[in-house]
Design a protein around this ligand. Structure first.
Ligand SMILES: [Zn+2]
Length: 187
């Protein structure tokens, strides 16, 4: 199994929020909401100008956003072609599947972006031996909210579980604890 995102977000947030690291190391819980959040109840996501995200990935990423939009929270992800928040770029063959990176001074998110690792194999259909785009995107959008990892042995079915296998698609579907996480933060 490979870590989806690992400590990159933790490292970023640790610069502005030391509590993230403390919370991230706690035992299993229903969800992990370390504190930072968007000031409002929506954000936009979009594509980089140089077209690193393949066109056939976009439905998968839209579906990932829709999963959170249907979680029972008022929060909404809205697609906006004039922003550049999702990229595909090299993170190294030993790197994470994807990295969500941003800044949240004083617990308020200013910006977030996600990079899918171009050095690992991808599929939009859950093919064995490849990493599923929607599976990963749903997890990364959880980080946009800011939900952190759940790591317990009872957390393996949750979208915010920190590891994913190739061919895995179960993170496409939010578990109740994932839904409770976004509702906890945004109502
Ligand atoms: Zn993650």
């Amino acid at each position: 199994m490979k870590q989806i995102k690992g400590m990159q977000l933790g490292a970023v947030l640790a610069a502005t929020l030391l509590l993230f690291v403390v919370f991230a190391s706690m035992p299993a819980s229903a969800y992990n909401a370390p504190g930072p959040r968007w000031a409002g109840t929506s954000t936009v996501y979009g594509w980089d100008w140089w077209g690193s995200i393949p066109s056939d990935w976009k439905p998968a990423i839209r579906n990932a956003a829709s999963a959170w939009n249907s979680a029972g929270s008022v929060f909404r992800f809205n697609e906006d072609y004039w922003t550049a928040n999702v990229y595909k770029a090299s993170l190294g063959s030993a790197g994470p599947l994807a990295r969500t990176y941003g800044s949240a001074p004083n617990y308020v998110i200013l910006n977030v972006n996600t990079t899918f690792n171009s050095d690992v194999p991808w599929s939009t259909t859950g093919e064995s031996g490849k990493n599923d785009v929607q599976n990963t995107a749903t997890h990364e959008f959880g980080h946009w909210l800011i939900l952190a990892h759940v790591t317990g042995s009872g957390d393996t079915e949750k979208t915010m579980y920190q590891y994913a296998d190739t061919g895995e698609t179960k993170k496409r579907t939010l578990e109740q604890d994932d839904k409770d996480g976004i509702i906890h933060i945004y109502g």
